[in-house]
Write a protein that binds this ligand. Structure first.
Ligand code: ADP
Length: 427
């Protein structure tokens, strides 16, 4: 990370943490770490707004470890909730590294896999639990978890939790953990109304720490987009870009849906590189973890993923993020491109934009408060004609957008329908 005004020593960390941080190769605390660590050490509740890839995880784990100090009793004293299993696993992995010189016990619990190994570990005694909300409640209901000693609670990627419909579960968890003398931390990449509302319920007199998206996206990620008229042309462009393996060293391709992810993956396997991988919700937990690990190790150059599956993946040397389509949950754009340019390494993000996508891209530009430049369409790539089905789909989408922007707009489809109705009446 960039040389900041403060060093890790200045943050008054213990020798054990300083050693662990040095082992991890961190030289300077990132801006979010500089701001968050002292506040959490001072015991405040905290509301952190920062995009992914800015070093939030260490910002809350470091003070948490210092607060808990050593293994004590059998019941958990800290709970970290994350929206996906991949993110939970990543956080738990970071806890291992940062608590290397402590004897704290930590367990990661998430769904989609047997409950027994997880419950056995909890019974042995645990200090920190990192969990997805559903599995946490499941283990609580089966009475494996005694939550009344939890004195620190952290909600990570709260915006994603709300998107994924975890609101009810979070509220239920807040009911079963005593609010008394609990320190609460809430982190989110963006600030939609649901997260703001959650912050009122969850935090008491919080300190707010905000890291501007421009600070990170602008400095470490080169963003651009290509105008692409249709699906076939997008595929041609994708193939063309991926052929350049010197430049496109490690690439994540994002799609909105599992179907598109699968189709692209099959195409890439056939035409570009047999050894690529795909992850989405229909893949088993094992296959997803295998794919992520192979990609992390550098054995696989190309990974295709949907938005949800990519949460929490921390791979530092991704050279390119390709957005095969523009996400309709605009905040996902920030999460997607946050996969590259991590920890001050340069990364590139390329977005394929169809006509209706242009509107969504403009909305995204408003959120990230910067313009994404257009690149001229490469000459060597064949532009295909738009097929009828796609044309009508695109027209419909455009109509929908226009109607949203202007409720009085009737739209091409509407007009057509009225004409037909008239004819019918005349007969
Ligand atoms: P976030 O939780 O904000 O998404 P992470 O905590 O996962 O971000 O950090 C992103 C990447 O930056 C990780 O690879 C992490 O190891 C690395 N990192 C975090 N803090 C530092 C630091 N102070 N110096 C160097 N690298 C860091």
């Amino acid at each position: 990370m960039k040389e900041g005004s403060k060093s890790f020593e200045d943050l008054k960390l213990t020798r054990q943490i300083l050693n662990a941080v040095a082992d991890m190769g961190f030289e300077y605390p990132s801006p979010v770490q500089q701001k968050v660590i002292p506040k959490v050490l001072a015991g405040h509740d905290l509301f952190g707004i920062a995009p992914t890839g800015t070093g939030k995880t260490a910002a809350f784990i470091i003070p948490l470890i210092m607060k808990l100090k050593f293994a004590e009793g059998v019941h958990p004293r800290a709970l970290i909730l994350a929206p996906t299993r991949e993110l939970a696993i990543q956080i738990d992995h970071d806890i291992s590294k940062m608590s290397a010189y402590y004897d704290l016990r930590h367990v990661c619990i998430y769904g989609g896999t047997g409950i027994k190994t997880q419950s056995d570990k909890i019974i042995e005694g645990v200090d920190i639990i990192t969990a997805t909300p559903g599995r946490f409640l499941d283990l609580y209901q089966r009475e494996y978890l005694y939550p009344r000693l939890i004195k620190t609670m952290i909600l990570d990627e709260a915006d994603k939790m709300m998107d994924m419909g975890f609101k009810k579960q979070i509220n239920r968890i807040l009911e079963i953990i005593p609010p008394k003398k609990r320190q609460n931390l809430l982190f989110s990449a963006t600030l939609p109304p649901e997260v703001e509302e959650l912050s009122y319920d969850f935090l008491e007199f919080p300190v707010k720490v905000e890291i501007e998206p421009q600070g990170t996206t602008a400095s470490t990620i080169d963003q651009c987009y290509y105008k692409t008229p249709n699906l076939k042309t997008k595929i041609n462009l994708l193939e063309y870009l991926l052929q350049n393996s010197d430049r496109f060293k490690r690439v994540i391709i994002f799609t909105k849906t599992k179907e598109t992810a699968n189709n692209i993956y099959k195409y890439i396997q056939r035409k570009v590189e047999a050894n690529s991988r795909v992850i989405h919700a229909n893949k088993s937990q094992n296959s997803r973890l295998n794919a992520i690990n192979a990609f992390k190790e550098g054995d696989v150059r190309i990974l295709v993923s949907t938005d949800v599956s990519a949460r929490g993946i921390d791979i530092s040397e991704i050279s390119h993020v390709i957005n095969f389509d523009v996400p309709l949950i605009y905040e996902d754009y920030i999460h997607r491109i946050g996969r590259t340019g991590r920890a001050n390494r340069k990364g590139e993000s390329i977005t394929f934009v169809t006509d209706p996508d242009s509107h969504h891209l403009q909305e995204i530009e408003k959120i990230i408060r910067q313009k994404i430049p257009e690149k001229p369409f490469p000459e060597g790539v064949k532009v295909e004609a738009t097929e009828k089905w796609e044309k009508s789909l695109t027209d419909r989408e455009l109509d929908k957008i226009k109607r949203k922007l202007n409720p009085d707009f009737k739209g091409a489809f509407h007009r057509k329908k009225r004409k037909i109705d008239k004819k019918r009446k005349l007969r």
